[in-house]
Design a protein around this ligand. Sequence first.
Ligand SMILES: Nc1ncnc2c1ncn2[C@@H]1O[C@H](COP(=O)(O)OP(=O)(O)OP(=O)(O)O)[C@@H](O)[C@H]1O
Length: 264
Amino acid sequence: MKKNSVMTGASPSAEPIVRIRGLRKSFGSHVVLNGIDFDVLPSQVVVVIGPSGSGKSTFLRCCNGLEQPEGGTVEICGRTLVQDGRMLPDHDLNALREEVGMVFQSFNLFPHLSVLDNVTLGPRKLRGLSRKEAEERAQALLTKVGLAHKALAMPASLSGGQKQRVAIARALAMEPRVMLFDEPTSALDPELVGEVLQVMKLLASEGMTMMVVTHEMDFAREVGDVVVVMDGGGIIESGQPATIFTNPTQERTRSFLQAVLTRA
Ligand SMILES: Nc1ncnc2c1ncn2[C@@H]1O[C@H](COP(=O)(O)OP(=O)(O)OP(=O)(O)O)[C@@H](O)[C@H]1O
């Protein structure tokens, strides 16, 4: 079900959950982010698209402190993660990171732990939940992602789509305020993409605040409240999917969309 802006509560006057100002990041002399300003409002689904190498993943990784920017500010839930390129000290950084769930292209499950233990580890170790509490929460989340029957399985026995759904359950177990998805379906065989997108659509319909880097244009069009187009280290335009996909203001957006949609 596609949300509307009333259901999302994402009114322009709402306080942003993620607030980014002047974000700059380089690798050596290569400027990857050239001063990004952006807000993510509660319950918004922001889909970040753009050509390969345009800085999408780096942008996302700066939003939970996985990359250290040289300049600019990132605030999560009103607390400062990075200011003028300086990160929070480790202890505070870890606490703030718990507000931000991240799902990677490559799943990153712990291979030596069962599905259930993958999902309970964070809440037990970082949130101090008892095993019983953590397992109850994990079972509910595994049910939500359609994998209750795999609780005792090991990651190696799962398909890529199942691994990614476990990774989503694991991130949700920390009860994050915002979920970041970095190309969550790019490593999957085409027939497994749908089951992961379905879970993401469910989260969106429940009002989860999400930032999603993806090459899945149908997802961007159907589920995104805002589509952000990156190119050359900056946001070249952003807006509602209907506008971005039918009437982009930038020629670069038009040619990018033409290229990916023709390829699909
Ligand atoms: N750790 C790193 N060290 C050096 N260069 C890097 C590093 N991470 C990213 N880059 C470079 O930064 C640029 C942006 O990379 P990024 O992964 O953010 O782009 P992207 O838009 O997500 O690309 P893709 O769609 O191909 O994943 C690329 O040129 C990449 O090679």
